[in-house]
Design a protein around this ligand. Structure first.
Ligand code: EPZ
Length: 432
């Protein structure tokens, strides 16, 4: 894959209106859930992203045909259940693909899925996923970096899925998908309550599953014998929406956002108010303006409905442009701070002790070549580039392409001066 970068000329306030894409983090578990269906599914609002492409390749290996029609809807059709192994070289590209395990185990009674491994934002354990599957009666072995799960018939159970940092989003998704075809009733205690989990539950219910309590910490799933394909449109992407809102505010612009659900963003709006970001909302759209100087905030990331860890880096970029001292702590992924050193290359003043950072606002950012380390840090560096004096090069932009559909196209439509270029990797220095 040829490396690419985004070249951004700072200083242009974002103005206009933008339509937010469908949610990556809703679409991925819902795509995995199509493995449970006896008949085809029809999915709308699935964004065109690298992560979706990777999962589609894995589903293809698992015997699922996936095609996108000219209107952009995805159609899935099961062709074969012969192959039940999700290979390392694909799973390691995108850890969310681990959530094919639950559907495979429930529908086919066998699954061999590579352990996802860690990533730039920290260790990404799956112990809670495996705890849930064992509670449902599955036999779980770890061999040569793969999880091998077997069960003739899963049986309902009471499962506590809370972890050291609260609930697990994909762990909840994986276990609830498996429980849909189990014998009897499953109660998941300390289930994740993210909107993406509610969207997955709505999709499963449309397929014929019996689920109560989605969106609360206690979810009850009564197992059924079979699930049918259905049509479903995924919810808007709250993380993309808030990322673009932070870009609008940081550049001192004014943008109207369409295709959003404002009720998914209450914690973000609360911090916007604290920071002095101009907000004007109704039930379907939100207008954001950065007319006033951004004020200091104190922020700790929390599971939903708290402030999302996926917006920590982007909010930090916004406060760099403001005044005063802001404090950030990521309680979900304590290592999710690789963007700090890149912001400092641009002149930001940030102090760090363990997983807490103090941002000293008021220093104008200078353009610089910087490196994306994960998809949200990459988006945060783009926000910084939109505000910096000069031309910023954000390298390894494939990270951003994982989670933001047509990111530079949306920004350009709002007046950003931004272009994608090949990222020449410097020749290896001669050996000395
Ligand atoms: C989901 O990841 C999201 N990914 C992440 O978004 C998001 O950052 C994360 O939830 C937290 O909101 C998708 O939905 C595809 P977790 P997930 O299991 O489910 C610990 C993005 O940028 N934990 O909720 O993998 C874990 O270490 C991505 O779009 C265990 O201890 O995260 C973490 O501290 C990045 N054991 C906490 O729980 C487990 O078995 C939350 O992780 C699983 C998790």
């Amino acid at each position: 894959m040829a490396l690419e970068k985004l070249v951004i000329e700072g200083g242009h306030p974002l103005r206009g209106e933008v339509t937010v894409s469908g949610s990556k983090n809703a679409a991925l578990p819902i795509l995995a859930a199509t493995l449970l269906a006896e008949t085809p599914c029809d999915l709308g609002g699935v964004p065109r992203l690298r992560d979706v492409d990777v999962l589609a390749r894995i589903l293809g290996v698992l015997g699922m045909q996936i095609e996108r029609d000219k209107t952009g809807r995805l159609h899935t059709k099961l062709l074969s259940e012969d192959c039940n192994t999700a290979p390392y070289e694909l799973v390691s590209m995108m850890r969310a693909s681990f959530c094919v395990l639950g559907p495979l185990l429930a529908k086919r009674g066998y699954a061999k899925v590579s352990l996802p491994g860690g990533c730039a934002i920290g260790d990404r354990p799956v112990d809670l996923h495996l705890k849930g599957f064992r509670a449902l009666g599955a036999e779980i072995e770890i061999e040569h970096g793969y999880v091998i799960a077997k069960a003739k018939r899963l049986r309902g159970a009471n499962i506590y899925l809370g972890g050291p940092n609260g609930s697990t989003v994909l762990g909840t998704a994986n276990v609830m998908m498996a429980a849909c075809l189990a014998d009897g009733t499953t109660v998941i205690e300390h289930a994740a309550v993210e909107p993406e989990i509610v969207d997955l539950a709505n999709f499963l219910i449309a397929m014929g599953a019996s689920i109560d309590g989605a969106g609360s910490h206690r979810m009850t799933i009564r197992g059924v014998r079979r699930l049918e394909g259905c049509a479903h449109d995924v919810i808007p992407d709250r993380i993309e929406a808030a990322t673009l809102m932070m870009a609008a505010a940081a550049t001192g612009g004014e943008v109207l956002f369409k295709n959003i659900d404002p009720t998914h963003l209450e914690a973000v709006f609360d911090k916007f108010r604290e920071a002095g970001v101009g907000l004007n909302r109704n039930c379907k759209t939100v207008a954001v303006s950065g007319a006033e100087p951004i004020r200091e905030v104190e922020l700790t990331t929390l599971p939903y409905p708290g402030f999302p860890t996926d917006l920590q880096a982007q909010m930090m970029a916004l406060t760099i442009m403001g005044r005063g001292a802001s404090v950030f702590t990521d309680s979900i992924f304590p290592d999710r701070l690789h963007h700090v050193s890149e912001f400092k290359r641009m002149g930001a003043k940030i102090l760090r002790v363990n997983n807490t950072c103090v941002v000293l606002g008021g220093t104008p950012l200078q353009a610089a070549p910087v490196m994306a380390s994960d998809l949200r840090a990459g988006a945060a560096l783009v926000i910084a580039g939109l505000c910096a004096q000069g031309e910023t090069h954000v390298r390894r932009i494939y990270h951003v392409d994982r989670g933001h559909e047509n990111f530079e196209g949306k920004l350009r439509s709002l007046g950003a001066v931004i272009r994608r270029e090949p990222d020449e990797v410097p020749e290896k220095p001669p050996a000395v």
